[in-house]
Design a protein around this ligand. Structure first.
Ligand code: NA7
Length: 540
């Protein structure tokens, strides 16, 4: 039965890695906590993204919780990069081990939340008709959880099946004997295309912008390496947290300039890093992310790889990006480019002639209709702000979060936004979030929020908020850091560029170690930038 009027110390929204750990910490510290999750189970991203080939682009030994040494030791990964089913199994294992499920209401989304100044609590409404009150509201709703399906005319008229990679059916999809169209060649498209191609009768890929992809070089996990890491997991974690993106500590990030290297050394180094696989390709030289001419050499290497893999020269050229490499998130694949050598795969460039219409039989682009049994949308997400702005969240003076953020998100540390007391975000815009190992990021935020709540509680405070100047300064810091990189120079979802009408603001904070140092400094200075207020005790 739906709860109406019940009161909790805290409500946590989302049962992904962030929400599960946040709930665990708050419950352990003695607070009454209710969790809401719109999915039917735990796992967040890994609950929804069940498309074929879905796997993490951070290595298995790194993409996991570090708060429990026992958990770290007992769990065994089978591949260097974990496939989605294994990560989902891990999330379920964590939920069982720490008895988290009983605190969550599943298949229940947050629809609205309103702050009540008089009681210093949030009134929270859900899709299932629950209305509860809580002191603290914590949005652990993920950075890539609100799917983006472009508003194609005729979308509802299609007679076949449509699927979005980010909301894949629990039972999977059988493409055998089917004629399939897929729109989108970001990470989800690049991971799923080889597997769909292997099953479908015919696959047509609609590409608006080619993306750079480096082979993941995935395979069975190296058991000797696992033993080595497990023998000293804590130190491994410390090494990783000292990295810009909080992963990849054990393979050298080279600091020298590609521009100063000889042609032979450039070729040798890029080949070595291509062979190692994944994101580390960008660490082959120190200036790929900073300098456009340096970046060009890395681009050329990948373009030449594409040309050497893809047999049809016209298709190869269409697959070659001409943008900065690493500016959009680099993709890690298993056999993506070679898939275009298959007889049953066709690439259609929609950069000049967009998808005009979905018809009952398929879709139209460039004045031609393509017929399909199934259309897959690998069209990405309303990243970072989408899930926060979906519910109607209102702070002081009935201010809507959407109105406050009409020109882009504004936060202090990616954790809170002024005028919305007692509302926290985990890995919100303005924190390293998607530019770092997400599990490390959510753990850091959950621990920070739990400590801040305890600290405020110890002072008799019932309200935590952010001082406006602290937020304004932080927004400037985030902007300044992104301007020192090449990130703002392309149309990525980091900037909201993939969603029509979304304000163009670079959302993540660049650099996990500096961010961690900032959090430590804030704590050392008595949670500088945050303010507390108590009903009984008056102003602090
Ligand atoms: P992405 O990386 O945002 O990719 C979405 C793709 O869909 C991208 O190729 C887009 O082209 C394409 N797209 C979006 N709208 C359209 C329309 N209207 N017509 C044609 N093509 C379109 O999302 P993913 O799910 O692949 O990956 C997201 C992250 O998840 C990834 O970075 C990893 O961190 C995990 P565009 O490039 O915008 O021209």
């Amino acid at each position: 039965m739906a709860d109406v009027g019940k009161r909790f110390d805290a409500v946590v929204v989302g049962a992904g890695f962030g929400g599960m750990y946040m709930l665990h910490l708050l419950h352990r510290s003695g607070l009454s906590v209710r969790g809401y999750e719109r999915g039917g189970g735990v796992g967040g991203t890994w609950f929804w993204n069940r498309y074929p080939g879905c796997r993490c682009d951070v290595e298995s030994m790194e993409y996991s919780y570090q708060f429990s040494a026992e958990l770290q030791q007992e769990w065994n990964w089978s591949e260097r990069y974990s496939p989605q089913p294994e990560i989902l199994a891990y999330a379920n294992h964590v939920a069982d081990k720490f008895e988290l499920r009983r605190h969550f209401r599943f298949n229940t989304a947050l629809t609205a939340a309103q702050y009540d100044e008089a009681t210093q609590t949030w009134r929270v409404c859900t899709s299932e008709g629950e209305t509860v009150h809580c002191q603290y509201l914590i949005m652990a709703t993920g950075c890539l959880s609100s799917t983006n399906t472009p508003d194609f005319p005729g979308l509802d008229t299609f007679a076949g099946q449509t699927y979005h990679t980010g909301a894949w059916p629990t039972d999977g999809v059988d493409f055998s004997g089917k004629t399939v169209g897929i729109i989108g060649t970001g990470s989800s498209g690049i991971q799923s295309i080889p597997l769909i191609a292997a099953q479908a009768r015919q696959l047509t890929v609609f590409q608006r912008t080619p993306n750079y992809s480096v082979p993941a070089q995935n395979g069975p996990i190296d058991s000797a390496r696992v033993a080595e890491i497990k023998a000293n997991y804590a130190e491994f974690r410390v090494r990783n947290k000292a990295q810009q993106a909080a992963f990849g500590a054990d393979y050298p990030r080279r600091g020298d300039s590609v521009l100063e290297a000889s042609a032979e050394e450039r070729a040798r180094r890029f080949e070595e890093y291509w062979g190692y696989g994944g994101f580390m390709f960008l660490a082959a030289f120190g200036d790929i992310g900073q300098d456009e001419s340096a970046n060009f050499h890395a681009q050329e290497f990948v373009r030449n790889k594409i040309r050497s893999i893809v047999k049809d020269p016209r298709t190869a050229e269409l697959l070659c990006p001409d943008t900065l490499i690493g500016c959009k998130r680099l993709c890690a694949d298993s056999g993506y480019y070679a898939t275009f050598n298959r007889d049953n795969v066709t690439l259609v460039d929609v950069s000049e002639h967009p998808v005009e219409q979905i018809t009952p039989g398929g879709l139209v682009t460039g004045g031609r209709e393509y017929k399909f049994d199934v259309i897959v949308f690998a069209t990405g997400f309303d990243a970072m702000t989408g899930a926060l702005l979906k519910p109607d969240i209102r702070g002081r003076n009935n201010l809507a979060l959407g109105d406050k953020w009409h020109a882009g998100p504004r936060t202090y540390l990616g954790l809170m936004t002024a005028e919305f007391p007692n509302l926290f975000m985990l890995t919100g815009p303005g924190s390293p979030s998607v530019l770092a190992n997400m599990v490390t990021g959510v753990e850091q935020h959950a621990e920070f929020v739990a400590s801040l709540i305890q600290w405020a509680d110890a002072q008799g405070s019932r309200e935590i908020s952010v001082a406006q100047p602290a937020e304004d300064e932080w927004v400037e810091v985030v902007n300044m850091r992104s301007r020192a990189t090449l990130f703002p120079r392309c149309n990525s979802w980091y900037l909201g560029a993939n969603v029509p009408g979304k304000p163009r603001v670079f959302m993540p904070y660049v650099g996990f170690p500096d961010y961690s140092a900032k959090l430590a400094e804030v704590v050392d200075n008595g949670y500088a930038g945050f303010t507390t207020r108590g009903v009984a005790m008056g102003q602090h």
